[in-house]
Design a protein around this ligand. Structure first.
Ligand code: TXD
Length: 311
């Protein structure tokens, strides 16, 4: 039986970590694709991870390339192609440059890996995953955006930091666009099944929600040049693993909604089941009136950015 094949379109900060995590999980052979002027960089990263194999014992092949032929018949495609934010920039400021890049990537993925499951990471995420979907013509169950996994993970992290309890036992979900208007659903957050509203004050929870919404910008400011890459890479590979191993993980992802949560015709962060069928189900649940208002607000922001794609 042939190994699975994972192609990473973009071999920069996140791309390099995607390759390492995919190799260590032994998810399949890995292709790190980048533009010609970056080809030697991705060849170097691939060779470096190949040389890690004797120590971690994973038997997969990793190559770096700028030839799209090399992504042929990939099972999973993860796209980070594009530029990241600099301090002071909003994700939406990236759209002009990243839009043209995403159109080029979508046409090539359509040509060389038409049956793959595609995970888009590039920002502005909700518009970039929409662009890939529209340009590639892929079925909606085969295209997702990675954002909710990261935003929910950040929310979990801050709750664990506040309580001092294990982050493993914190569960919560963040819905909506991958931007400052995202919607942490605090009402459903628990630590080991105990509602966080019984563990943390209302004021502190509001501060934690705010820190979650702006967590990306916090790291951009601290790094000074680029954005987060370790956690985003891990989140995307969890999604890829659920597809490859048919794990039926329930993960919040930017998913094309056609009526779910009152959203029609846009990608937005909602809880989905990821298995070998890709997006196998959107798990709808009843929102409070305040949550509905917040979701409509974030949807308006998504609509505005998507409108800038002209698609
Ligand atoms: O949660 C999320 N979705 C976000 C997404 C979390 C963090 C970062 N987010 C976005 O991911 C970020 O704003 C960027 O738009 C992407 C990638 O971030 P990364 O930090 O990996 O950026 P790099 O290091 O600049 O890497 C981008 C690579 C780089 O090597 C370019 O040469 C390459 O993309 N690139 C291309 N690859 C293929 N094809 C084309 N046309 C291309 N253009 C640039």
């Amino acid at each position: 039986m042939d190994r699975n094949k994972i192609a990473l379109i973009g071999g920069g900060q996140i791309g390099g970590n995607l390759a390492l995590i995919a190799a260590e999980k032994e998810l399949g052979d890995i292709v790190i694709f980048d533009i010609p002027k970056m080809e030697s960089m991705v060849k170097g990263k691939a060779l470096d991870i190949m040389q890690l194999r004797p120590h971690d014992g994973y038997d997969v092949n990793i190559i770096g390339t700028s030839d799209y032929q090399d992504i042929k018949e990939s099972d999973v495609i993860v796209i980070t192609a594009g530029i990241p934010r600099k301090p002071g920039m909003d994700r939406e400021d990236l759209i002009s440059i990243n839009l043209s890049i995403m159109k080029d990537v979508a046409n090539n993925v359509k040509k060389y890996a038409p049956d793959s499951f595609v995970i888009v990471i590039s920002n502005p995420l909700d518009a970039m995953v929409y662009t890939f979907y529209k340009v590639s013509g892929f079925a909606k169950n085969k295209v997702v955006g990675m954002a909710g996994a990261l935003d929910s993970g950040r929310f979990r992290t801050f709750i664990a930091m506040e309580t001092g309890y294990s982050v493993q036992d914190v569960t919560c979900i963040v819905l909506g666009g991958h931007g400052d208007s995202m919607v942490p659903i605090t009402r459903l957050a628990t630590v080991g099944g105990v509602p966080v509203t019984d563990l943390i004050s209302t004021e502190r929870l509001a501060e934690i929600e705010h820190r979650t919404r702006f967590a990306g910008g916090e790291i951009v400011k601290l790094l000074g040049n680029g954005s987060a890459y370790y956690a985003p890479a891990q989140c995307a590979m969890e999604m890829a693993e659920s597809y490859i191993k048919d794990k039926k993980r329930v993960i919040p992802c930017a998913t094309f909604c056609e009526g779910e949560f009152g959203v029609n015709g846009y990608f937005i962060g909602v809880p989905i089941v990821i298995g070998s069928g890709g997006v196998e189900k959107i798990l709808e649940f009843t929102l409070t009136d305040d949550e509905k208002t917040a979701l409509n607000n974030t949807l308006d922001v998504v609509k505005k950015t998507v409108a800038e794609t002209g698609l």
